[in-house]
Design a protein around this ligand. Structure first.
Ligand SMILES: NC(=O)CC[C@H](N)C(=O)O
Length: 389
């Protein structure tokens, strides 16, 4: 017997587009979900991962075998809801324990209408994804008392094969804020032990392509007063706010179809305003400068990825979550590579040679993950301080 959950939870099926089928238990909502199946190797941080908008339309497999040990709390969220299309874990401990927890992972998944499967061999699944590359998949979670039939399996396989490819999908538009808002006066920044708001020193406009709260917290901690704007805000509207700096957020999907953001970024960077981009924001900045992006065979999702800063030789252990990357060979003369991944040599950081603008592919805000490369936020505030003279 693979799982101690058998008999305690209803059955669930994971079907992949390549025809692979796994049978386990449903630990979330009943129903079915489709998405690109990816794996994340972080040992902790399942709540941050589930609520990271960059996982929109992706089903996340967690390779660490026991997920749910410390339950769920109202504070460790990276957005206002679960964003991942589904969750796959090896084992769900039946008891959770943490002083901050207010419920179990399973209760949370049900409340968030998130379909999730446990009790499958996630090592086998990970090897399959690692060998074949990202696959679309479907989790079909049955109701209590239902048994898995061939018809259920066939329906899940058909749904997996019908799911759209991530390449070519503009999902920033799907997850972005519907209207501008001010960050910094909320409970997420003040008073919960998650950093404090320093006296505002800089006015920053942050493009929301699917922004993670911890990016905004870390900017606020450094004295940034932040106006978050929707993905399609024009450069003219942003420049009219007279910001000291512009931030381009992380986000889901393929950067290439985000032509509105690429165009706005081109104007903003050319204006000479200090500009900083993370993940999707980094890819958009590269595209704005004329570089190319591509879909990786093996995407990066984890909290232990070594990244080297080329100028100093300094190696940081970083948090990563991306399936596209900037093609190093496509960099125009105006861009300089600043960081590379020590896992596969792919590009991790860029700087514009003649503008105060730079960007990073990984996640300096971590959440979850190590804070080794948090110095990039200081680099952004240093650029703004310098621009002030
Ligand atoms: N975390 C992110 O911003 C991800 C960027 C992009 N969606 C990718 O997968 O590469």
């Amino acid at each position: 017997m693979l799982s101690s959950l058998e008999g305690k939870f209803p059955p669930a099926i994971l079907a992949l587009a390549d025809g692979s089928v796994f049978i386990g238990q449903s630990i979330g909502a009943a129903g079915s979900t489709v998405g690109e199946v990816v794996f994340n190797t972080s040992l902790t941080g399942y709540q941050e991962i589930l609520t990271d908008p960059s996982y929109c339309q992706q089903i996340v497999t967690l390779t660490y075998p026991h997920i749910g040990n410390y339950g769920v709390n109202p504070e460790d969220v990276e957005s206002n809801k679960v964003q991942a299309a589904g969750l796959i874990v090896r084992d769900l401990p039946l008891l959770h324990s943490n002083f901050r927890a207010d419920r179990s992972l399973s209760e949370y998944l049900k409340a968030e209408a998130t379909v999730a499967i446990a009790g499958i061999d996630t090592r086998q699944l990970t090897r399959l994804l690692r060998t074949k590359g990202a696959q679309n998949g479907c989790i079909s979670a049955l109701n209590a008392g239902e048994a898995v039939t061939q018809a259920h399996i066939d329906a899940a396989l058909t749904a997996a094969r019908a799911a759209p490819s991530m390449a070519g999908l503009d999902l920033a538009q799907v997850v972005t804020a519907p209207a501008s808002y001010e960050w910094g006066q909320t409970e997420w920044v003040l008073g919960k032990g998650y950093g404090t708001q320093s006296a505002p020193r800089f006015k920053v406009v942050a493009y929301d392509f699917g922004v993670k709260y911890n990016i905004l917290r870390m900017l606020a901690e450094r004295g940034c007063q932040i106006t978050v704007v929707p993905a399609k805000t024009s450069a003219a509207d942003v420049l009219a706010m007279k910001p000291d700096g512009v931030f381009l957020s992380n986000g889901p999907g393929d950067p290439e179809p985000c032509d509105y953001a690429i165009e706005a970024t081109r104007t903003i960077v050319a204006s000479g305003i200090p500009t900083f981009g993370i993940c999707l924001g980094h890819q958009i900045m590269a595209l704005a400068a004329g570089a190319k992006t591509f879909k990786m065979d093996n995407s990066h999702h984890g909290a232990n990825h070594p990244v080297k800063e080329l100028a100093s030789g300094r190696v940081s252990i970083t948090s990563q979550n991306h399936g596209f990357a900037v093609d190093m060979a496509s960099l125009p003369d105006t861009l300089e590579a600043t960081h590379i991944s020590l896992f596969d040599g792919t590009l991790q950081g860029l700087a514009f040679k003649d503008r105060p603008a730079f960007c990073f592919q990984g996640h300096p805000e971590a959440s979850p993950g190590p804070h080794d490369i948090g110095y990039l936020f200081d680099r952004f505030t240093d650029l703004m301080a310098k621009a002030h003279g």
